[in-house]
Ligand binder design. Structure first.
Ligand code: THU
Length: 130
């Protein structure tokens, strides 16, 4: 099967954002995570009236992957319904680093045409380890 393009992964992230539960922020986010075996897991942000219970789109997608036995992350696309590029928050970057050495690709999009590509270690330099 042909490898998925960055834009195709962003389009899956956008589709996932349509399921977001965002009554508090009104800011839907979607993520599409591709694992090394080609499997793709999507996620959206799910907010909670006790705000700290909110989970971001990226962590939703990662937790879905982990719970299905996929922990070799290759690429994640993040789509936010705003004017700026949607970058993963600090907690999500750290969560990625739990399962990845920093080499996975992180796609941050502004709309679906404008995509910035990073590797995780650029977004999280000096990854903590012990
Ligand atoms: N959010 C994400 O889902 N991912 C990010 O990378 C940044 C923030 C969510 C959390 C919250 O539901 C809303 O966006 C506003 O912060």
């Amino acid at each position: 099967m042909e490898a998925m393009t960055d834009k195709e992964l962003v389009l899956l992230a956008r589709a996932a954002s349509e399921n977001a539960h965002v009554p508090y922020s009104g800011f839907p986010v979607g993520a599409a995570l591709e694992c090394a075996d080609g499997r793709i897991f999507t996620g959206c942000n799910v907010e909670n009236r006790a705000y700290g219970g909110t989970i971001c789109a990226e962590r939703t997608a990662m937790v879905k992957a982990i719970s299905e036995g996929c922990r070799d992350f290759a690429r994640i696309a993040v789509y936010g319904d705003g004017k700026e590029y949607c970058y993963p928050c600090g907690a999500c970057r750290q969560f990625m680093a739990e399962f990845n050495d920093g080499s996975m690709t992180v796609l941050c999009s502004r709309g679906t045409e404008d995509i910035k590509s990073f590797v995780l270690r650029e977004l999280l330099p000096g990854i903590f380890g012990f």
